[in-house]
Design a protein around this ligand. Structure first.
Ligand code: GTP
Ligand code: MG
Length: 205
């Protein structure tokens, strides 16, 4: 899929205030610092459309970007950020779970995991929660540029084996790097295919 345009639409802290436009939507979720915002920028070929930072906890709101005037990419805050207080964590969890439970336009979530790390409990539990709530998702391994040719396939194989302890089969997955642009074309083509399968939804009056 070719990117013809990518524009920021709105940031907010409540799913109720998200755009009401009935177009397909894809949301990036995962641990803080995993590379969600960077991947959005790499996909659309823009340096700072989504705000990124070396420090975890940069993205704090639900951010909608409209791509090719046809579909939304959504940058979400990360979970698992240790320095957030308990009450903040709860509020945050609520707004993220509300987003996933209520956002009818969502075609698929993309759960980003760092390809360098072994499967993390928080990610495995989040994927389990998505499945229990009937929310389709695809795994995106990030930062693949940081691994060599032997470690990358080994880590992915280990991840698969861990997933297969819980899942009948490995959910769909893609391997990416925002730094080297590895996998960006694949992610866009994957979204392009999903877009083709989305039934046009009637507009509310
Ligand atoms: P939060 O908004 O805090 O949840 O983080 P995020 O998941 O949006 O991460 P972000 O895109 O801000 O990136 C975090 C850090 O990882 C930044 O320093 C990025 O430069 C770096 N980073 C992201 N993707 C890659 C990648 O593919 N390769 C390398 N080498 N670094 C990356
Ligand atoms: Mg971010």
């Amino acid at each position: 899929m070719k990117i013809k345009s990518a524009e920021f639409v709105i940031s907010n802290s409540s799913v109720a205030k998200c755009p009401t436009t009935k177009i397909p939507e894809y949301a990036f979720i995962g641990r803080s610092n995993v590379g969600k915002s960077s991947l959005i920028n790499a996909l659309v070929g823009r340096k700072s459309l989504a705000k990124t930072s070396g420090r975890p906890g940069k993205t704090q709101l639900i951010n909608h970007f409209i791509i090719n005037k046809e579909w939304f990419l959504v940058d979400l805050p990360g979970y698992g950020y240790a320095r957030v207080s308990k009450s903040n964590k709860k509020t945050f969890q609520k707004f993220i779970t509300n987003y996933f439970n209520e956002r009818e336009q969502l075609v698929s979530a993309f759960v980003l995991v760092d390809s360098r790390h072994e499967p993390q409990k928080i990610d495995l539990e989040f994927m389990e929660w998505l499945a229990t709530n009937g929310i389709p998702f695809t795994i995106i391994f990030t930062k693949s540029d940081k691994l060599n040719k032997t470690s990358l396939p080994k880590n992915i194989e280990d991840y698969k084996n861990k997933m297969l302890e819980m899942w009948e089969e490995m959910p769909p997955y893609l391997v990416t790097s925002s730094a080297s642009k590895t996998g960006c074309k694949e992610v866009l083509d994957y979204i392009g295919k999903l877009n083709e399968d989305v039934e046009p939804q009637p507009f509310l009056k």
